[in-house]
Write a protein of this length. Structure first.
Length: 236
């Protein structure tokens, strides 16, 4: 499994991060959260007074900063942007909104896709985001597209935020999810969609432990010899 590349895509709040981390640990691969890179860029842009809607300034910033993903002794992911620990700062609703807005710019995406491909070229990875199977790693050995109803994703996101001490009404979380979905699916560059050969897993009825187990079974079927045909797009 050392050089296996696993692409996990899906909309906001579907549990990509938890699932991808579980897969990385299970298969002994490097976990890469591409969304954290966009969030870090958005946080650094805000700190410099750059609007996430300013394509030229955002792209120029992306070209001159460095964002590193590190793991501490416990295995937890740390996000370092221009030498600053942004691990906590990138997990706010404001950072999420900024990432969604800054990520629509083609020049920004081109720069960050370069970072992501460089990481995958050196390691076996589990990489999660919104365009991994379609753009970043189209040759990945396993491509999974997670989906769930907007209501279920809003419930999960609200619970996640509450766990970090952030209290947001479910109705507001739902509005944020729907706005994020619209931006992700309708942007001109790298819109959110399953790769043609991705396995689509509907997680609406799953608890997270069931979701992780189901996706692990799919990946094992895709990468274990003899390889299963990857044209099937169905839930396990």
């Amino acid at each position: 499994m050392k050089q296996i590349r696993i692409a996990i895509d899906g909309p906001a709040g579907v549990g990509k991060t938890t699932t991808a981390k579980s897969l990385a640990e299970h298969f002994g691969l490097l976990y890469i959260d591409t969304g954290a890179m966009y969030r870090a860029l958005a946080v650094l842009a805000a700190a410099k007074g750059i609007s996430p809607d300013d394509a030229d300034a955002s792209a120029a910033l992306a070209r001159r900063i460095t964002v590193r993903l590190e793991h501490d002794a416990s295995g937890a992911l740390k996000v370092i942007g221009d030498g600053k620990d942004l691990t906590v700062a990138i997990r706010t609703p404001e950072a999420s909104d900024g990432a969604s807005r800054i990520s629509v710019h083609p020049e920004v995406r081109t720069e960050l896709v370069g970072w992501q491909r460089a990481l995958a070229a050196k390691n076996g990875v589990v990489m999660e985001g919104r365009d991994i199977g379609t753009v970043v790693l189209p040759e990945a050995e396993a491509k999974i597209f997670l989906t769930a109803s907007a209501q279920e994703r809003a419930r999960r996101r609200q619970r996640e935020l509450a766990g970090r001490g952030v209290r947001v009404a479910l109705e507001q979380v739902m509005r944020d999810i729907e706005e994020r979905d619209a931006r992700d699916r309708n942007r001109e560059t790298s819109p959110l969609r399953p790769a043609p050969d991705a396995v689509v897993v509907d997680c609406t009825a799953f608890e997270l432990n069931e979701q992780m187990a189901a996706v692990s079974r799919v990946v094992e079927a895709l990468v274990a010899p003899p390889r299963m045909a990857r044209r099937t797009r169905s839930s396990p």
